[in-house]
Design a protein. Structure first.
Length: 298
């Protein structure tokens, strides 16, 4: 609106300052009003382009979102599906044409109609490709706090209530860490076992349909060595897991616990064995002393 007001004011001022009268004034007004119309059309076109698909603006180009817009020329409401990604495999076309099928807790249904559905072959592979907005490499010292920030700029344009799902991924298993409305997650006093691949998935709280994803690759180094915080655009050879139905898996934690218990048991056995040998030797030495004493008595 400010651009429109400024353009109109400048046009009127140029006509007023011309000093023309009668036919000359009419001709000038006709020219200036045509110029004004062109400028107004440019302003409206720019406005429409800026408000459409914010996930594809400002070098973002990621994520999936539906957007309801009203055409300025026809005043008709229409729904747009904005799909990001590299487009190398035409994933945006597949996601746009295939049903927006959400699989959650054992059932699959359409995001909008809630009708049962079956996703197209390769749909979730493409969906994972277009969802990824950033991969962040984090390197910290042991004992430091591990923190993740899942703020993504275009999410403010989504009208649905959203939630952030943080998880840790190990091969094809997912260990759920936190689900909620906050885009941040922190783990105090990081240890060596906290290294690995973490993911934040942003999804609709109601339908569970994912809008965007952010990956974190964490490395934990020993205290005293140099740690750095790096950002990389892509992760190679990281297995993708279909977003939506996220089940917590504690297998990696169980393995660590079993290993710790086994190490403790072995340590106790070694200590007990050493003590038993020491006691046995003491008993043998005392028995030998008593034997010598008995032989030495008259």
């Amino acid at each position: 609106m400010s651009d429109l007001v400024e353009t109109y004011r400048n046009t009127m001022k140029s006509i007023e300052d011309s000093g023309f009268k009668a036919e000359n004034l009419y001709s000038l007004m006709e020219i200036k009003l045509k110029e004004l119309k062109v400028k107004v059309d440019d302003i409206f076109n720019s406005f429409e382009n800026e408000r459409l698909c914010p996930n594809l603006k400002n070098d973002t180009n990621c994520g999936v979102m539906e957007q309801d817009v009203i055409e300025c020329n026809t005043c008709q409401r229409q729904s747009l599906l904005c799909v990001g990604g590299t487009n190398t495999n035409k994933c945006d076309e597949m996601v746009a044409k295939c049903p927006m099928c959400v699989c959650y807790e054992g059932s699959c249904y359409h995001k909008d109609t809630k009708e049962p559905c079956h996703a197209c072959p390769g749909y979730y592979k493409c969906l994972n490709e277009v969802l990824l907005c950033k991969t962040e490499h984090i390197e910290i010292h042991e004992g430091e706090d591990l923190a993740f920030n899942c703020n993504i700029q275009f999410l403010a344009s989504i009208e649905e209530e959203i939630e952030y799902v943080f998880d840790k991924r190990f091969e094809f298993q997912i260990h759920l860490l936190q689900t909620g409305s906050e885009p941040n997650f922190s783990k105090p006093h990081a240890a060596r076992q906290d290294l690995g691949h973490y993911t934040c998935t942003v999804r609709s709280k109601e339908s569970k349909f994912p809008f965007a994803k952010k990956d974190f690759i964490v490395k934990v180094v020993e205290s005293g060595s140099s740690a750095r915080h790096l950002h990389h655009p892509k992760v190679e050879d990281v297995p993708t897991v279909p977003a939506g139905d996220i089940e917590p898996e504690d297998k990696d934690d169980i393995i660590i616990l079993v290993a710790a218990i086994a190490a403790t048991v072995i340590f106790v056995i070694i200590i007990v064995s050493i003590c038993a040998v020491y006691i046995q030797r003491n008993r043998a030495a005392r028995a030998q002393e008593r034997k010598f004493e008995s032989h030495g008595d008259p």
